[in-house]
Design a protein around this ligand. Sequence first.
Ligand code: CP
Length: 378
Amino acid sequence: MKANVEDSFRKRSLGPPRDRPNRLRCCQRKHHCPLTLAVLDLLPFSTMSNAVQHDLTFPKSWCRRHLLDLESLSAEEISTLLDIAQQLKEMTQGCRHKISLLAGKTCANLFFENSTRTRNSFSLAAKRLGADTVEFSSVGSSVAKGETFVDTAKTIEAMGVEWVVTRHGTPGTPHLLSRELDCCVLNAGDGPHGHPTQGLLDMLTIKQHRGDIRGLTVALVGDIAHSRTARSNIWGLSKLGAHVIICGPPTLVSPRWSELGFEVAHHLDDILPRCDVLNLLRIQFERQRARPFPSVHEYAALYAMNGARMRKAKDDILIMAPGPINRGVEITPEVADGPHSVILEQVNNGIAVRMAALWLLSGANDRVKANPKSSPAD
Ligand code: CP
């Protein structure tokens, strides 16, 4: 699998399936014509003409049923998620077409905080793999009648779901659910603590552009104190061998990060010429209880990525942002929409890493169901 994956990252086409154990085969259409695709969608896989077969090997070493954070994952597990995401992206022609890897299973989105990217991306990831989805929103639900978070999740699980994807303002809520539910639990953001699929999609985007993360200098800039994206990137990138710089105002970047071996900086202009990647984090006004800097204008003057700063950066710098972006605060429109920006590629890669997570967790869960005495690494 490794050779195939390395080829994939270099944007070559996958070769024909080889004889390997544990193989799942899927079909991918060569044609882009919507009419052709519509016709092919009506045909059983075996009768499809012009269809390319790909195989996806379930990694024997994968045994996690939940994706709660990146801190507890090994470098090998993170690499497996990224490799499978890349393969699924190609098998679904850029996350656009449907295959039936997970047909018959249901994914429930339990969101107690707002979301555009993560919620729709999980939903599309499930659908691209043939699964059904249930969309729960706390607004308009029985939470208003006093039902607890855990009872709500258990109620949705009892409807027969394979995965619960949860976003909540309180750190640790997915970890709590993983102890209460039998289905797979995925963290879609728990307060300022973690956002593992965001970290994975950021790393997948870097890998697609640079091939390898090891040795790159990646700066996370902005509101580190309130950013779950920052935490997931910090753990994920450092495990894969990047040099991580944590940059922002002293009120939003604890000096104690340096005790864990990370470089801390308070002046973007000082570190900019060394950076291969900048990930510009949103100022999370909704999570701040005290004003962490004198004014938005001052923050933008010191930390916003703008045209003048781009001229001091490396020629091939990657500009990333998890979104939503505050235009003119962390990033100016000319940079957000400019040639170095990969912000919308990140969004597309979100579907790929979520497809990978759903498939891997479900495979581990199937193993536990087949052999309840086995002990999965949750
Ligand atoms: N990046 C991210 O989590 O965006 P949403 O809040 O729109 O899901």
